[in-house]
Design a binder for this molecule. Sequence first.
Ligand SMILES: C[S@@+](CC[C@H](N)C(=O)[O-])C[C@H]1O[C@@H](n2cnc3c(N)ncnc32)[C@H](O)[C@@H]1O
Length: 284
Amino acid sequence: MVDAVENALQPHDKEMRQHPRKRMYRARAHSNPLNDSNFDVPAHPDDYDWSRHYPAFFSRDAPEGTGSQQQEPEDPSETGTPSAQQQQAAVRFADVGCGFGGLLVKLAPLYPDTLMLGMELRDKVSEYVRERILALRDQHSPQYSNIACLRTNAQKHLVNYFRKGQLTKLFFLFPDPHFKAGTHRRRIISRAQLADYAYLLAPGGMLYTITDVPELGKWMREKSDAHPLFQRMSDEELATDPAACLLDKATEEGQKVARNSGLTMRSVYRRLESPVSLRSQPRQ
Ligand SMILES: C[S@@+](CC[C@H](N)C(=O)[O-])C[C@H]1O[C@@H](n2cnc3c(N)ncnc32)[C@H](O)[C@@H]1O
């Protein structure tokens, strides 16, 4: 009798979480990133509890290979610095405007020990991604424990979530084009935003952009080329970068463009150690 009950509780008999259906998560095509929506954001990155997004990475008895941390967490309020746990299990990749999460799902098995976060403005879409990830974790455990999705306005709140130099990859895949001149302020790549991205990326970190809108591609390249802390990478350099090779087809938007044989423009930048102008100046 006990055996029968125990058997009934075995994971193989547990009902698997099903993949969500997109049509159940219909969302408005666009949201205005400059709206004053009230997002509950941490005042400081160290105030945020990441364990609810990546439980496998923060649990002491998690299996090997999930990047779980074994150290006793320190209290940052006592030390004034991030704990060893926070340092090591920090998010390193951020996919800004992740849409339905295709990039995260492709990257997860390629970098199994790296925490990655999708940031999405639309509530239904971010809910879909969260359900998608939970279903993948259920069906392919312990894979996909390194990806998560957060609903937030990344244009306003990135610095609430990440510390200086914390990120090693920042993705902007098929961002909303905001065609009219009056709405260019809403574009996610701009001079002001690039200053934030340079702050959050570690030296040597990478910023990835791709679009099928020629005007936006030109705009993103102009703004990024002009930034003294970013250097555009050549196609030869990118040929060996697995993430760069995923940009055009990993996401739902990219697949749509590919189905329609649309052209894309990819621009990828390395975050430099020091600004270009300073590097070229002779030492005093
Ligand atoms: C055209 S879709 C591309 C989605 C995805 N990157 C892809 O390639 O399939 C742009 C996405 O960015 C999201 N987005 C726009 N502004 C945002 C912001 N400020 N913060 C977070 N997400 C944003 C939109 O809701 C939308 O899902």
